[in-house]
Design a protein around this ligand. Structure first.
Ligand SMILES: C[S@@+](CC[C@H](N)C(=O)[O-])C[C@H]1O[C@@H](n2cnc3c(N)ncnc32)[C@H](O)[C@@H]1O
Length: 287
């Protein structure tokens, strides 16, 4: 929930951005580096993994007569997919795991991370592609988007595409930030492209518009900014870049002050350097 005080700060920030202009975006390599730094100061990634390792294996328990087929969309360097593939392929279970990722160096890290698991019955394949142009046919037991639906051109189209790749009874898993309190900074500051970044509210609306029964859970995370405040030109710049999805070094002094004021405003009362980092997890079972 955005309080009236936070809303006025954000309004001031929006006005300052209108006046001073948006800054450079992140190159794919800068995105990958700052993403890893950002995840390292949040406890969200561990909680996401715990949630996925609890949810997905139970969803595919019934598959015993053939390999379990998983499609990860926007797999990045495989930080999430590695442990998930390891769990699914435990006890020599046959698993066919496909990763889609447009940034080739990240996709290569995904492939080597999963190969490095050394599971003989884990078959790994990968496509260097945007999901909008992904031509794989499946069918899959699981299609997941972990922090990647923000970036597709057409979120409704991506949901239709994913649902069309699932077997009956398979599941679509979408983990996406709500548009508050941290991710609102990216929507205000990231360079504008042909489409907005999609947040959990848009994903939920698209699922509801299709009458797809959805189970929704909030994963509460915490982002700890103390190390980045102590090293503003190093780690601090990386964290801020990922947070605003743009080059923070280019921000005008006033925009920077307002971003910092927003972070102070949303921090936990008893921990001034720690801010809430929630994530919305949605699961849909294919009819
Ligand atoms: C925040 S990262 C998440 C990576 C990984 N799922 C994780 O949680 O560690 C988002 C990933 O989505 C990828 N991505 C961006 N646009 C995409 C698209 N249109 N289709 C598929 N993946 C995309 C990015 O390259 C990036 O690796």
């Amino acid at each position: 929930m955005i309080t009236p005080g936070t809303a006025s700060l954000l309004e001031l920030l929006a006005q300052a951005v209108d006046r001073d202009g948006r800054v450079r975006g992140l190159s794919p390599e800068r995105y990958a580096t700052t993403h890893a730094a950002y995840e390292a100061v949040s406890d969200q990634c561990g909680k996401v993994l715990a949630w996925l390792l609890d949810e997905i294996p139970t969803r595919v328990e019934r598959v015993t007569d053939r390999p379990v087929a998983v499609l990860g969309v926007g797999v990045g360097d495989g930080a999430v997919d590695g442990p998930l593939a390891a769990r699914l392929a435990a006890d020599e279970r046959a698993v066919s795991y496909h990763g889609v990722e447009p940034h080739r160096p990240s996709l290569d890290r995904f492939a080597s991370r999963l190969s490095g698991l050394g599971r003989p019955r884990l078959n790994i394949t990968a496509s260097a592609a945007d999901f909008g142009t992904f031509t794989g046919r499946g069918p899959y037991d699981v299609v997941h988007f972990v922090h990647s639906l923000y970036y597709v051109a057409d979120v409704g189209g991506a949901i239709d595409h994913a649902m069309g790749l699932l077997r009956p009874g398979g599941c679509l898993v979408a983990l996406t930030s709500p548009r508050e309190p941290l991710s609102v900074l990216a929507s205000l500051l990231a360079p504008q492209t042909t489409h907005p970044q999609w947040f959990a509210e848009s994903v939920g609306m698209e699922l509801a518009a299709r009458d797809l029964p959805t189970t929704t859970t909030t994963i509460d995370g915490r982002l700890d900014l103390s190390a980045s405040r102590a090293d503003p030109d190093g780690l601090g710049e990386q964290i801020l870049d990922f947070l605003i999805q743009a080059r923070s070094a280019d921000l005008s002094p006033q925009v920077r002050r307002l971003v910092e004021a927003h972070l102070d405003d949303i921090a936990f009362a008893d921990e001034p350097w720690v801010v809430p980092h929630p994530l919305t997890a949605m699961v849909v079972t294919a009819p």
